[in-house]
Design a protein around this ligand. Structure first.
Ligand SMILES: Cc1ncc(COP(=O)(O)OP(=O)(O)O)c(N)n1
Ligand code: 3NM
Ligand code: MG
Length: 222
């Protein structure tokens, strides 16, 4: 069996607290309708039971649409709902152990903020990297010093696996991060808090498609 494939172009990361009271499954359904290519379930304040129920609902939606579902932090929840993969950071399950737990087929995303972390994550079995925040963001108050566009570029050049840009990404700077080597954009507030989730996602997708069609950026894992 081969590794599952993931399109990182427009990677929507959930946060119910930003969704203005709208049910998470309806927000994710709108994001998928607008062209989200991957969804990450990231609910830092949910109980395990809530996470499993949310993951089951998102599994149904993403499965129907052929969109990847990644679970943040929780390998047990990812396995319980047959998600496509997990995303772990530097304070989470070490990447090498995460790879052992999820097996060779599921997707492993790892957060890296330095070239050394990026190379180690690649060696340890990551399929893609999420960088630490490119720009300051209120969505993750404990984020590390922002990388900026130069830092993102250094990270992307340090590894052969794709790097998705996260942290303060929106329609106004998405093309800039793609031009610096990001394979796609990961967004929370730009989609979760949008008035019109579907059209906000569609706008981001258009930007990514435009840039990748013209040769900059990489769309998925090599
Ligand atoms: C795509 C993507 N990139 C980075 C992160 C951050 O992961 P982590 O450092 O483990 O922080 P938390 O998200 O767990 O607060 C991510 N989740 N996704
Ligand atoms: C989930 C996440 N991880 C980050 C990191 O620095 O590792 S920043 C972040 C949140 C990004 O949210 P927004 O798109 O609203 O800026
Ligand atoms: Mg984490």
């Amino acid at each position: 069996m081969s590794r599952r494939v993931m399109d990182l172009s427009v990677y929507v990361v959930t946060d119910r607290d930003l969704a203005r009271g709208r049910p998470l499954d309806s927000v994710v359904a709108a994001a998928i309708a607008g062209g989200a290519t991957a969804i990450q379930l990231r609910e830092k304040r949910a109980t395990t039971r809530e996470l499993v129920e949310l993951a089951q609902a998102l599994r149904r939606l993403t499965h129907q649409a052929g969109v990847s579902l990644i679970v943040n932090d929780r390998i047990d929840v990812a396995l319980a709902v047959d998600a496509d993969g997990v995303h772990v950071g530097q304070d989470d399950m070490p990447a090498r152990l995460a790879r052992q737990l999820i097996g060779p087929e599921r997707i492993l995303g790892v957060t890296a903020g330095t070239e050394e972390e990026a190379r180690r994550a690649q060696e340890d079995g990551a399929d893609y990297l999420g960088c630490t925040a490119v720009f300051p963001t209120a969505t993750k108050p404990d984020h590390r010093e922002p990388l900026g566009l130069d830092g993102l570029q250094r990270l992307a050049r340090a590894v052969s696996i794709p790097v998705v840009a996260i942290g303060g990404i929106h329609a106004g700077n998405a093309a800039d991060v793609l031009a610096r080597g990001a394979a796609g954009i990961a967004v929370v507030s730009a989609v979760m808090a949008a008035d019109d989730v579907e059209s906000a996602t569609r706008q981001l997708r258009r930007i990514v498609d435009e840039v990748t069609t013209h040769g900059a950026g990489r769309r998925s894992r090599p």
